[in-house]
Design a protein. Structure first.
Length: 128
């Protein structure tokens, strides 16, 4: 793991045995609570604190065969619906789109076409 300062993981891909080979035991307060495996990704807390980044991470996790990291639908009591429900691709697309809301578009397609036409006109005018 990459450590920025004592105890601070800044993100990494875990190196170790698979779940089938015993996995990597993670403990909280000395008590084993989670088993990870080699190849799994550790992200910074900043990803979970930013709704857009968390939605993108969730969509990637689902695309890689995992379960959503954010609620995709709620039961009457407000809890998550079972993880084995069918994937909601429209919701995943919306989550990805939301994650990219802050991406600045430099030129629209229409602007690109206008620039291309201007270039073509200039070339036509310079041809003798």
């Amino acid at each position: 793991m990459k450590i920025a300062r004592k105890g601070a993981i800044v993100g990494s891909i875990l190196n170790g045995p698979s779940h089938e080979q015993g996995g990597i035991k993670l403990a909280v307060g000395g008590v084993p609570t989670v088993e990870a495996e080699g190849g799994e990704v550790v992200m910074t807390k900043g990803v979970s604190k930013d709704p857009s980044l968390l939605a993108a991470a969730s969509a990637l996790n689902v695309a890689g065969g995992g379960i959503p990291l954010v609620p995709t639908s709620f039961a009457e009591t407000g809890g998550l619906v079972a993880a084995n429900q069918a994937a909601d691709h429209a919701l995943q697309a919306a989550q990805i789109a939301n994650a990219f809301k802050n991406v600045k578009i430099v030129a629209s397609f229409e602007e690109f076409l206008t620039m291309q036409q201007d270039y073509d006109n200039t070339v036509d005018l310079t041809t003798i």
